[in-house]
Design a protein around this ligand. Structure first.
Ligand SMILES: *Cc1c(COP(=O)(O)O)cnc(C)c1O
Length: 368
């Protein structure tokens, strides 16, 4: 794939079979637990052509080498497993709750130590990276929508000898390329925007560092958290339309954010696309769009927020995000969510429905 192509073209054409007569345009899921001896593949846990097609496509988009996993958490766990026993991890105060829980579990077991930082406070993060083995960045963060300044944090982390990883799930490879901002690894819950249709769990890592790629591939084969071929195929099928889905969803997200700011029951709207959002200026520098996730708060009233989530007819009340269907939930309904996330915060994942229908439904739920 020639590097000058626009990412919206790359997402359609990367990871395809060679164009020779009679070849199919796209690969098929390869269902095989083993392979005929004599080649380098060996066994189904070591490699599969359906993974490779998705990995090539993600690698082309993020400009590195891709590696897919059974879920976003499987990818995150493989990265955490790189930390030496007794090592030190710097992680955001607010980030995907499963990743924070994984780090807490490993810290409780004495395997590593974790220092939590406000990832939007660049000076504090840079001060914390001394002696770290792993610096975990998520930007924008789930669900607080904070924006980390990736380039200076990555530079400081690498100068301190740490491996720097960015969870790029909210931004997607089309809106933000952390490897070009200096990160060692980019991680995705491909379950979300990449697969995009709420029918697959899948994770991915992309890196330009061959040693890290090899170390992570070894974790995948030995820890065994491999993707299913059908899941990898579905994710690539979904990924082909990411540019279209994201264009539509993020335009609607901007429209809804502006409406919500004006709504009398909404006390705060968190969306980096809003000009007065604390993350706006840095998001404008390091992202090519502001994404399709936003969060609102309802003046401290958690019960009212819960009622809004239960009163929509079109918006789906469910956890997860990044699907074609618009979804919302009050994040603190989960015991594992950080206690510093406001109890009345509702995370909104904007899908591809018509924006007027989405606004009408949200407005009627906010009135109840
Ligand atoms: C969902 C999510 C994950 C975890 O991914 P799974 O595919 O559910 O295992 C990690 N990070 C972020 C930001 C997420 O939204």
């Amino acid at each position: 794939m020639t590097p000058e192509l626009d990412p919206s073209t790359v997402v359609v054409h990367a990871g395809r079979p060679e164009r020779v007569p009679n070849a199919p345009l796209g690969g098929s899921p390869v269902f095989s637990s083993t392979y005929i001896a004599g080649g380098d593949r060996g066994y189904g846990r070591f490699g599969n052509d359906s993974w490779v097609a998705l990995e090539e496509t993600l690698g082309a988009l993020e400009r590195g080498r891709g590696l897919t996993f059974a879920s976003g958490m499987a990818a995150a766990a493989a990265v955490c497993d790189l930390v030496p026993v007794g090592g030190r991890v710097v992680a955001p105060q607010h980030a995907y709750s499963g990743v924070l829980a994984l780090l807490d579990q490993q810290a409780a077991a004495g395997r590593l130590s974790v220092e939590r930082v406000d990832i939007a406070d660049t000076d504090a993060v840079v001060a914390a990276v001394a002696g770290a083995d792993l610096v975990w960045i998520e930007s924008p963060t789930n669900p607080a929508m904070e924006v980390a300044e990736i380039a200076p944090i990555a530079a400081a982390g690498r100068a301190a000898g740490a491996t720097v990883v960015v969870d790029n799930t909210f931004a997607t490879p089309l809106l933000q390329q952390p490897l070009s901002l200096g990160a060692d690894l980019v991680m995705h819950s491909a379950t979300k925007f990449i697969a995009g249709h709420s029918d697959v769990l899948l994770g991915a890592i992309v890196t330009t560092n061959d040693d890290l790629w090899t170390a992570l591939e070894l974790r995948r084969r030995n820890l065994g958290a491999i993707p299913g071929p059908m899941e990898a195929w579905l994710a690539l099928r979904g990924l082909r339309t990411l540019a279209l889905r994201l264009d539509r969803a993020q335009e609607t997200a901007g429209f809804l954010a502006a409406r919500l700011v004006e709504h009398p029951r909404v006390s705060r709207v968190r969306y980096p696309g809003l000009p007065d959002d604390p993350g706006h200026a840095r998001a404008a520098v390091q992202m090519s769009g502001f994404g399709a996730i936003l969060a609102i708060e309802l003046g401290g009233d958690a019960e009212a927020a819960q009622r809004v989530c239960e009163s929509t007819r079109l918006w789906v009340h469910a956890t997860s995000l990044g699907g074609v269907e618009s979804m919302l939930e009050r994040r603190r309904r989960w015991a594992g969510e950080a206690p510093t996330i406001p109890a009345d915060l509702i995370r909104l994942s904007v899908g591809i429905e018509h924006r007027d229908d989405l606004w009408t439904d949200l407005a009627q739920a906010l009135k109840l």
